[in-house]
Design a protein. Sequence first.
Length: 313
Amino acid sequence: MSSFSSPASNARYARLALVSGLAFAFSPELFAQSDNLEASVAGGLRFEDNLLVDSLDVSSPESDFAAVGNLDLTYRDKVRKNIDLRFGYALEGRRYFQEDDFDLQLHYGYLDLSRDLSGITAGAIVDATYARIGGEALLNKQKLSGYLSDLVTRDLYIRGSLGLENTDFSGQQGRDNKGQRLDASGYYFLNGTNRYLTVSARYNQRQASDSVFDYNARRISFGYVERMTLADDWPIRVRADWRYEKRRYDETDPALGVRREDDRTRWRLRMDAPVSDSVTVELKYEHRNYSSDNPALDFDDNRIEVMLEVALL
């Protein structure tokens, strides 16, 4: 597969593309053309019985509650004939009641340009992520990807993408890495968007500054989505999914004495329903089973989250 020439140079290219695109997209002239801006805020409570910083291979057997807050901004428009623009920004924060070393602040921005090519949609996305953990900088990540999607029949939608990634860690330079990612997904509609099945697959490989962190991973997931109505015509959406990832590291880890192998399974159930025209409540339960040669990543855990989302625009 193709790879970056260097993490630093490609990080600069990704940031330049994102900043340039957002500068164009946020121009007053563009906003004057359309009223397609969406904004929402959400807040709630989260419980975890095993705290984890996956990117650092750090976990704690302690359980804790966290206050959670999110902000989402999205803008969509047609900037040229057959060319669609979509960009957005998301902010997520978590503050734990006891284990403040795991407090999270996450910033994410993206720019998506796509075009219809005789029924097939072709597009490119550039995005950037900045994360802080426990009040300290954790990582900067940039990704550039291209994708193709098509509504093959009225019942089947497919999408494929190829992405190049660059991640820089603060104070963990050995983990700095570049990577390549190939994704494929499909949606089979049993009753339009009221009931459908999903399947997705991913191949991901990483090359780190320290080769002990080099790995390749294969992932597959299946999902089911249904919209239904309860008493008094109260609409509710139910989403259930299962995911499995097989991750294999390239080099023997001196601290473990073996070449690390991870097998990761996740079950997730989500339900959301409107409380009013602009307010939605969401419940989420997640169970994970991680099997790893690294004791910190060998566990079973559970997560429960209750969120209230308010649409501002």
